[in-house]
Design a protein around this ligand. Structure first.
Ligand code: 13P
Length: 254
C-alpha cells in the first residue's frame, strides 16, 4: 500500500433501525483506538447521518453518505444535496454504487454530474465502478472499467481528481459471498491506477486510494489488502457487525 494510508469504509446500505445504528457506532468508536494507521468511515442511511455525526464527533471515525444529488437545491423530491451534507458535517459521499446504477437506473452521465457537483461543493467522493458477471465472462472487464471511469471523470478538472477515492466493486462479488481473487482485483486496480496516471500524472495517481469491495470479510481481507494497488475496502455485509468490521480494519495493518 506504500504511501497511501489504508481506508476501510462500511457501506451499511438500507440496514438497521436507529438504536441498532447508534449501538454499532458506539461499539466501533470504543473498539477503534484512532491511533492505528488506518482511516475508517461509516456510511449509514441518510436518515441517521445527523445522529452519526453527533455520536462520532469526538471520534476519528468519519461519516459519509451513500448517495448525493447533482444539484444544490430545488424541485428534486427525495434527494439530498452536497451542500446539505456539508451543512450537517458530512464530507464523504459514495457515488455510482452498482445498486444505484442497476436498481435506480443511474447512468454514467448522472454519475458524472454527481461527481462534478460533489467536487464543486468540496465533498470527498467515493466513486464506485465494476463489471457484471456477463461482462467479465465476455472478457470485457477492462473495457467496462475504462468506460465507467472515463465517463465519470469527464470534465472534472485534473487537479480535483486526487480528491476522489475510487472503489472497484465487481457486481458479481457484491453480497454473493464470491470475492474476486486478490490477483483478479489487483489486475483491475492496476488498470484503474494506470488510467488515473494518464489523466493526472503518475505522481498524483500514486496518491489516489483505490478500494476493493465485494464480499470482503475478515477471512479474505488480509490477502486483498496487501496487494500493491489495493488501498482499502468498501465493506457491505461485514460492516454491520463491529467485530468483523474492526477485524477487516486490523487486517489492513498487519
Ligand atoms: P458486500 O460486502 O455485502 O458484498 O457489499 C459490498 C458493497 O456493495 C459495498 O459497497
Amino acid at each position: 500500500m506504500g504511501v497511501r494510508r489504508p481506508f476501510i469504509a462500511g457501506n451499511w446500505k438500507m440496514n438497521m433501525l436507529s438504536s441498532q445504528a447508534a449501538d454499532l457506532m458506539r461499539t466501533l468508536d470504543h473498539g477503534f483506538s484512532g491511533e492505528d494507521d488506518v482511516d475508517i468511515a461509516v456510511f449509514p442511511p441518510a436518515i441517521y447521518l445527523r445522529d452519526a455525526v453527533k455520536l462520532l464527533s469526538n471520534s476519528t471515525i468519519q461519516v459519509g453518505a451513500q448517495n448525493v444529488c447533482w444539484e444544490r437545491n430545488g424541485a428534486f423530491t427525495g434527494e439530498i444535496s452536497p451542500a446539505m451534507l456539508k451543512d450537517m458535517g458530512v464530507h464523504l459521499a459514495i457515488i455510482g454504487h452498482s445498486e444505484r446504477r442497476t436498481i435506480f437506473l443511474e447512468d454514467d452521465a448522472m454519475i458524472n454530474r454527481k461527481l462534478r457537483h460533489a467536487l464543486d461543493e468540496g465533498l470527498m467522493p467515493v466513486l464506485c465502478i465494476g463489471e457484471t458477471l456477463s461482462e467479465r465472462n465476455a472478457g470485457k472487464t477492462e473495457a467496462v472499467i475504462e468506460r465507467q471511469i472515463s465517463k465519470a471523470f469527464t470534465d472534472v478538472p485534473r487537479d480535483r481528481i486526487p480528491r476522489v477515492t475510487v472503489a472497484y466493486e465487481p457486481v458479481w462479488a457484491i453480497g454473493t459471498g464470491k470475492t474476486a481473487t486478490p490477483e483478479q482485483a489487483q489486475q483491475v486496480h492496476r488498470v484503474i491506477r494506470e488510467w488515473l496516471g494518464t489523466v493526472c500524472g503518475e505522481g498524483k495517481a500514486a496518491t489516489i486510494r483505490i478500494l476493493y469491495g465485494g464480499s470482503v470479510k475478515p477471512e479474505n481481507a488480509r490477502e486483498l489488502l496487501h496487494q500493491p494497488d489495493i488501498d482499502g475496502a468498501l465493506v457491505g455485509g461485514a460492516s454491520l457487525k463491529a467485530d468483523s468490521f474492526l477485524a477487516i480494519a486490523e487486517a489492513a495493518l498487519y
